[in-house]
Design a protein around this ligand. Structure first.
Ligand code: ADE
Length: 420
């Protein structure tokens, strides 16, 4: 029996537009479609409530529908105030999913929607960035006992979970979806690489070729952003704090500079470090007139907007999702989407074919945690390799690509140590 609760959304009349968006992505998510068929057959979540906090756009909506198809009662909220799409929320609410989400709520309302989601007393959770888990382990510990476990989407969330695991605070197992091969190799690199430039390009409508793009951070996401900037014809500068990654960026053909030096040359900046205060007043002081700042990290902490505001005499919106800060010396600095993650706050997130793999892993990890949570311990759990491989194999199949298999002799050769 499903007991859909009253959704809190912006406008139910937007449902038809949202439904079209969901249908479009569904047609491009073959791996998740396969899982939906398995879930319909096996009903792995029958009688359970699943709370989801993810960027609430069409691909996420389809994941919610797949989890519901597995028998769950689904309650969903956003994971960033600017990444929720109201039409998608309306469509989901019409499908019997409880939605507590709106585009651009204020900070208090955003938090309240997360708390309301947890107050439905879910058995399982899907989190992106760790907000659900953090609320459960701080102000709403009363809701902890019901939770069997969950799955976390992103690098930032896993860092927070590992800190909790380390100091013994974590109270249930969480599967680290981000760390699966079929997640970070594709979503972080090719997904972020494409969606960040999609967001910047559709928002600015300016040329990238010939300009200097500074990418702060050369993790998997940074690698993707830098690679695609190069493809667009930019001169790409990378800043890093990790010596090995800095060498990697250099050998990949990029100019590696300190931020103090990079601040003097960039026309576009993309922070993608997961850390705070990557671009600060001391850097902005030396920037070129017209520099465009954007962030692709989970939280809006990478560009220090407080210091930027302090250096400015005025601020105004000059185009949808672009704010112009007029500095005291007359230079103008532009910030996209208030320094929130540019690919989702000023775009639609990663392409459907990429989120297909990520959300297939989410769906399978949720099932895995539900079937094994009693033995898992209160830990951060890896996605089992066979699930990762299953996603890759289904993806290849959907692409019509066959690969070779080892013969028995070849396997034996690889496993032997005697003289070759
Ligand atoms: N769409 C939904 N969740 C997303 C994420 N974490 N990154 C990019 N696009 C997304």
């Amino acid at each position: 029996m499903t007991t859909t609760l009253q959704s809190i959304i912006r406008d139910a009349a937007l449902a038809p537009e949202g439904k079209l968006k969901i249908d479009w992505v569904q047609a491009h998510m073959p791996v998740l479609n396969r899982i939906r068929e398995e879930f319909e057959r096996d009903q792995p979540f029958k009688g359970l409530r699943v709370a989801i906090s993810l960027h609430l756009e069409a691909k996420t909506a389809y994941l919610a529908k797949v989890v519901k198809a597995g028998g769950a009662e689904v309650v969903i909220t956003g994971s960033n105030p600017l990444s929720t799409q109201d039409d998608v929320c309306a469509a989901l609410a019409e499908e019997g999913i409880t939605v507590f989400a709106k585009y651009n709520p204020d900070a208090a309302e955003y938090k309240d929607l997360l708390v309301k989601t947890l107050e439905t007393k879910p058995d399982l959770i899907i989190d992106d960035g760790g907000d659900l888990v953090t609320i459960l382990h701080s102000e709403r510990r009363d809701l902890l006992p019901q939770i069997r476990g969950g799955a976390e989407e992103t690098t930032t969330g896993i860092l927070r979970l590992k800190a909790m695991e380390k100091d013994g605070s974590l109270q249930f197992p969480m599967v680290a979806v981000n760390d699966a091969f079929c997640k970070y190799l594709f979503d972080n690199r090719y997904g972020t690489g494409q969606s960040v430039w999609d967001g910047i390009n559709r928002t600015t409508n300016l040329v990238v070729a010939g300009k200097t793009v500074v990418v702060n951070g050369y993790g998997w996401c940074g690698k993707g952003v830098a690679m695609r900037a190069k493809g667009l014809g930019a001169n790409v500068v990378v800043t890093e704090v990790d010596a090995i990654r800095a060498v990697e960026a250099y050998m990949d053909g990029f100019t590696v500079l300190s931020m103090a030096d990079a601040a003097k040359v960039g026309e576009f900046y993309v922070t993608v470090t997961g850390n705070k205060d990557v671009i600060r007043g001391e850097h902005i002081a030396n920037m070129k007139d017209g520099a465009i700042l954007s962030n692709a990290g989970h939280f809006d902490v990478e560009v220090n907007l407080v210091e930027l505001a302090e250096m400015s005499v005025s601020k105004r919106t000059v185009r949808r999702n672009i704010e112009e800060y007029l500095l005291k010396d007359g230079r103008k600095i532009y910030v996209i989407a208030e320094g929130r993650l540019v690919n989702l706050a000023a775009g639609d997130g990663h392409p459907a074919e990429i989120m297909d793999m990520t959300f297939a892993l989410q769906a399978m990890s949720l099932r895995y945690v539900n079937e094994n949570y009693k033995e898992m311990g209160k830990q951060v759990i890896k996605v089992p390799y066979h699930l990762d491989e299953q996603v890759a194999r289904t993806k290849l199949e959907s692409l019509g690509i066959s690969i070779d298999t080892l013969s028995a002799e070849q396997k034996a050769y690889l496993e032997s140590w005697a003289a070759h």
